[in-house]
Write a protein of this length. Structure first.
Length: 367
């Protein structure tokens, strides 16, 4: 089936709007601003909002396209609504933040009614829990000698998980432990290619420092001082968590992510922090001792833009474990945690294989 698309023409431009990728449209007199999922905004498009709605409805029913006009000034695609607040705000993930849009009480009631009738509902609407991390994670924060906070979740391996993502940039003006102590647990931190120790702007195969020819410890050669004994796990010199935080901190292995999956409950949450505003992610709670960590849905990067893809809808983190097969595409691959928001808001984390050049966040561990 062809994707539902509307065609809008004004005096200067032509626009082809795929409805599945439409977030919302706001009226501005006889103009509209159109917000899309790829962080694109078409501003001051000369067409009245009611005419846009007519074009949308000509493509099918609400159950097919999930778009309708609510209040005087907005058309929402209900599939992309993150949360409906008590103060009549509609919250939508846009450009790496949660965008709040205030509408009337009557419009909110109409929106809730429409969403309740829509079987295909929304990626996000079921997730209406807000969570103050300071009251659940930091209340049993432990800290190592340098002050790095961690949580002991009682896991069989004894692995301790940091409460924050790595945000190391190599800045020597401020010790990382001092910077990290002021960093909210909700922050997404920096993103890194697998095996690289510096953040960067461009994430592509062409600028990726690692490959099978250069990294001896990837191969089946005999262990030397330049390769690791198991042939699959990062060396200390290539582990950015070890470099930033020192021993015993490091990037978790594939097996440690799997242990976290097997021994914890995973649930989608919004956090509520006065500095970073709302952040969406997964609260991971140990079934052994009830303690939790929060993993931000920071998405990933795989191009030269400064925007993260799938921000707010995908939790993904590097492991330190190389994929044990050479990729036919010639792209080195490594294991990573992945947890995507499903249509029923279910949370099904798994360990997957990702190309090493993409940018993912890192959650350090120690044991």
């Amino acid at each position: 089936m062809e994707p539902l698309t509307i065609h809008i023409t004004d005096a200067k431009e032509e626009y082809f709007i795929r409805l599945a990728d439409l977030l919302f449209i706001e009226a501005d007199g006889n103009y509209v601003n159109i917000y899309m999922t790829n962080n694109v905004v078409y501003q001051t498009v000369r067409i009245p909002l009611k005419d846009v709605l007519e074009k949308i409805n000509a493509q099918g029913t609400f159950e097919q396209h999930h778009c309708d006009k609510f209040g005087r000034s907005y058309i929402f695609n209900t599939s992309h609504i993150a949360h409906i607040g008590k103060d009549n705000t509609v919250e939508i993930v846009f450009s790496n933040i949660i965008k709040d849009i205030k509408i009337s009480s009557n419009a909110i009631n109409d929106l809730k009614e429409a969403m309740a009738k829509d079987d295909a509902t929304p990626q996000f609407t079921v997730c209406q829990d807000f969570f103050q991390l300071d009251g659940a994670v930091d209340e049993y924060d432990l800290r190592d000698k340098k002050g790095f906070a961690f949580v002991d979740m009682g896991l069989p391996s004894g692995t301790k998980w940091a409460t924050r993502n790595l945000d190391y940039t190599g800045n020597e003006d401020e010790p990382y432990e001092e910077y990290c102590s002021h960093m909210p647990p909700e922050m997404e931190g920096e993103k890194y290619s697998w095996g690289e120790t510096d953040p960067k702007w461009v994430f592509s195969k062409e600028v990726y420092d690692f490959n099978w020819d250069d990294a001896l410890f990837y191969s089946d050669t005999e262990p030397t001082e330049d390769n690791y004994e198991d042939g699959q796990t990062l060396l200390d010199k290539d582990d950015v968590a070890r470099i930033a935080m020192g021993k015993p901190w490091r990037i978790p292995t594939r097996e440690e992510w799997q242990e976290l999956i097997d021994n914890c409950d995973w649930k989608w949450f919004f956090t509520n922090h006065p500095i970073v505003e709302k952040r969406r992610g997964v609260l991971v709670t140990s079934r052994i001792n009830g303690k939790s960590i929060f993993l931000c849905a920071a998405g990933f990067r795989d191009d030269d833009s400064c925007k993260s893809k799938n921000f707010g809808v995908e939790v993904c983190y590097w492991s330190s474990t190389l994929h044990d097969c050479y990729s036919a595409s010639g792209i080195d691959e490594a294991y990573a945690l992945d947890c995507r928001d499903l249509l029923d808001n279910d949370c099904k984390p798994e360990v997957v294989v990702r190309p090493g050049y993409i940018g993912l966040p890192i959650r350090p561990v120690m044991s």
